[in-house]
Design a protein around this ligand. Structure first.
Ligand SMILES: [Zn+2]
Length: 289
């Protein structure tokens, strides 16, 4: 099934505007993404999409940057509360899956922008905090039946410190394996972002196909968008891109289109291409073929 993230559309801040446009376009499966301003969640009741929830959603009144590895007690508490609130909302809107980002050794002032490079936390300490957060979240979600998955971080050039990945946790397979060993509950899955994989594999010099293979068993959902393999550009898919070529491996789970800054017609083209490349037979996102 192809889902469309609410962050795909141009100017996505106002979520109800995005959902109205998706509804008009006949889109049926929607991932509620992390780029929106505060709104009244009761508004969601007027739509009958099949929803998934991703990361920083529902957006709180006072914005902050979610970091489940934060050493700042206030940010850590707010992050865990937001996640629990998101899981409760999954129950209410029948989202079968909640996904969130891997943590950072420093609190990011703004996602997608360079992280401050001074005074990052020692990696083992940040990992310990993240593991405690995950254990608490999985305990919380256990009785709900909602699946939980972590999205491995993207490492871009501007986040390297002297050529090394000091700031972003769980971007490489060894550290992801380590996380699965450290957590008590075996229910955590992976949200594999193919755009992240292409970029991180370039800067940290590993084989992207091998990474996908090694994650495969744990993958509960896919994020897909295109890029030049150097920066996480969230561009439109094309016929021959590596990102789209991987989709057929994952046609049994939600494939979530996560492009950015597109108009609705471009989004529909991307849904169609993702459907074709994933070899999903039934194409029911608004158009019949
Ligand atoms: Zn993503």
């Amino acid at each position: 099934m192809i889902y469309t993230s609410t962050s795909c559309l141009k100017n996505p801040k106002n979520i109800t505007k995005v959902l109205d446009e998706y509804q008009k376009a006949g889109i049926k499966q929607v991932e509620l993404g992390s780029v929106h301003e505060y709104f009244d969640i009761n508004e969601l009741k007027k739509y009958d999409f099949e929803f998934l929830i991703h990361n920083y959603f529902p957006p709180p009144k006072k914005p902050f940057n979610l970091n489940l590895a934060s050493q700042n007690k206030n940010i850590l508490k707010k992050s865990k509360n937001l996640v629990k609130h998101a899981i409760e909302l999954c129950g209410k809107i029948e989202s079968p899956l909640y996904t969130f980002h891997a943590g950072f050794t420093i609190d990011p002032p703004k996602l997608g922008k360079p992280l401050p490079k001074d005074e990052f936390t020692e990696r083992t300490i940040a990992i310990k905090t993240y593991v405690e957060s995950i254990d608490e979240i999985l305990d919380f979600s256990n009785s709900t039946g909602i699946k939980i998955a972590m999205e491995p971080n993207v490492v871009q050039k501007f986040n390297l410190v002297n050529g090394k990945n000091e700031l972003c946790l769980f971007a490489e397979i060894d550290e992801i394996h380590k996380l699965f060993k450290l957590i008590k509950n075996d229910k955590l899955g992976i949200l594999l972002d193919l755009g992240h994989t292409a970029v991180t594999s370039h800067w940290l010099n590993f084989d992207k196909d091998d990474f996908v293979e090694k994650c495969f068993k744990k993958v509960l959902a896919i994020h897909v968008s295109n890029n030049n393999g150097l920066a996480d550009q969230h561009k439109s898919l094309d016929e021959n891109c590596w990102h789209a070529s991987k989709l057929k491996m994952f046609k049994h789970i939600p494939i979530i289109l996560e492009t950015m800054n597109l108009d609705i017609n471009k989004i529909k083209e991307n849904i169609k291409l993702a459907t074709i490349k994933s070899e999903i037979k039934s194409y029911n996102n608004g158009e019949k073929n």
